[in-house]
Design a protein around this ligand. Sequence first.
Ligand code: WTA
Length: 676
Amino acid sequence: MTHDAPSSTPLENLLTEDRHFPPSPEFAAQANAHGDLGAWAAADPESFWADQARELLTWQTPFTEVLDWSGAPHARWFADGRLNACHNAVDRHVEAGHGDRVALSFEGEPGDTSTLTYAELQQQVSRAANALVALGVRTGDRVAIYLPMIPEAVVAMLACARIGAVHSVVFGGFSAEALRSRVEDAEAVLVITADGGYRRGAASALKPAVDEALDPHHHPHGHLDEEAGPTSVRNVLVVRRTGQDVAWVEGRDVWWHEALEAASEQHEPVWVEAEHPLFILYTSGTTGKPKGIFHTTGGYLTQSAFTHLNVFDLKPETDVYWCTADVGWVTGHTYVVYGPLVNGATQVIYEGTPDTPHKGRWWEIVEKYGVTILYTAPTAIRTCMKWGEEIPGQFDLSSLRVLGSVGEPINPEAWMWYRRVIGGDRTPVVDTWWQTETGATMISPLPGVTATKPGSAQTPMPGISIDVVDEEAKSVPNGSGGYLVVTQPWPSMLRGIWGDEQRFKDTYWSRFPGLYFAGDGAKRDADGDIWLLGRVDDVMNVSGHRLSTTEIESALVSHPMVAEAAVVGASDETTGQAVVAFVILRAEYTDRVDGPGEGADVATTLRAHVTREIGPIAKPRSILVVTELPKTRSGKIMRRLLRDVAEHRPVGDVTTLADSTVMDLIASGLDKPTEP
Ligand code: WTA
């Protein structure tokens, strides 16, 4: 694997950022985090984390061991302790007398609402756990969850955790093909899905994708390989959300509501070891095949709860917390399900899109529920900026007191807008850096402690060791850039890539031996604060979602029309990056692009093809038909040059190209763009 040097971005010009927002004395006085937390943790990180694990979690068997790093790069935290994630997220709050507290306030896109108190959530997860057991799901089995953003998604995840089954949530926007490969890789025994969900004002079906993924034979018009054999899935549990007609496979399919009604609401959580797997979550890497990042129980929950409590300054009795992420992504795992529920928070979950039925929907929700803590992605903030500040201006947002950002670098303009327009120039803004692999936040200001700085994630969390290094793994001085690494094991670190030990070592631990390489470029400013500069590998970040260039290239070349493809992430004002594809058509199709308008047809066909292969999020913004691709003498595509073209920049150094005239050819072909 090779890495481009961290590329220059507009953020580089801002390293002289001198705007600071120190916490107000009132905020600092009531904050959960205090200034000496970092020093305490740095003095003895292991005992710091052990204290957090004891204080924030309830253990059935207390641990005596803290960290075992003897099997590096596989860490074991709190390994001789036993606990249950669902018990920590639900039961213990009921036992502590908080059963009447609202855990989830659900807002459906069509405007339907429901609430679940902690006591009601306990009944639901107990019934669901019994239903899973009745379907033969056992401790350690894998369960795929393919649901819209509805309360049942949270219940399903917790029910798995309750019986020690490992959930693998697959984002509802992924295609049948993507679902099938994840189900196969994890050898799931059960899929939990719904008839459909609401999206942009209409019911959109989900179950047909499951049917197609599991049984391609019965879907001759589907797109999966008809030779594909049966999977390990025995049953499909189907939530009724939209009421639309669904095809039914007798003996395999079971209605969720019927299974839960038939089940008892008494269920004793299964106590598991701290290192028992909690979930697998697939994410894009630098090769075509998504990797199953897996996390275990005790360490993951400790860091999730600690960061949620301190980064958002959560007060469980009074705050109303809202994280806009879908449970299909890691942010939904850590900061919708585990962090907030382990901390006993009251939270809002919303099914739909921000502009349905109007562009003020989010702000209406903030006003309606009195949201105090909001956590979202820069893309969403930039989209709202584009729609205009009059829209949030129509709603009462004065309940907000902490604003968070995650998923991609936040540009200082968006940060300032967020603080001023949404936060009324009053709220701290915390930019949190982390990854599916890190499990929980690793770098973020602490509200009430850190003087925040627009655009910078600033400081490692207490107990977390971060460095920015050069090619030789040497720490760079303030004012310089390099690669972001984690230098010490942390509680919520991934424990591996499911079924692929070699890839785990190669991806994260080989670039800088002994250090975890995150794949991100970073800089340290004059104050030593950390700025994230984006990926330095072949991973793109589109609207805060991770996509692999190689995965999209594979999808493109699987179409009969395409001979070769190269994909780059071009910077985009709203989505951070956008997918731009360069394709070479097979000879028999090249004629097609010459006729007027035909190029657009090729693009339309290929965009639809990528949607089918991966999902709509991976669909290229533009597809350029070219006759050559720039390659080095060893045959590696030089994406850097294609990025120059895609971003309308003068093309950089071409001296390493095998054929330096290629870029002229590409540039001259650009008068036939195929942007839809
Ligand atoms: C990027 C999402 C800059 C980064 C939680 C990382 C960020 C990848 C930030 C992980 C941030 C996430 N500033 N970049 N605050 N947060 N990223 O696994 O490139 O979906 O490597 O986890 O998102 O994406 P993932």
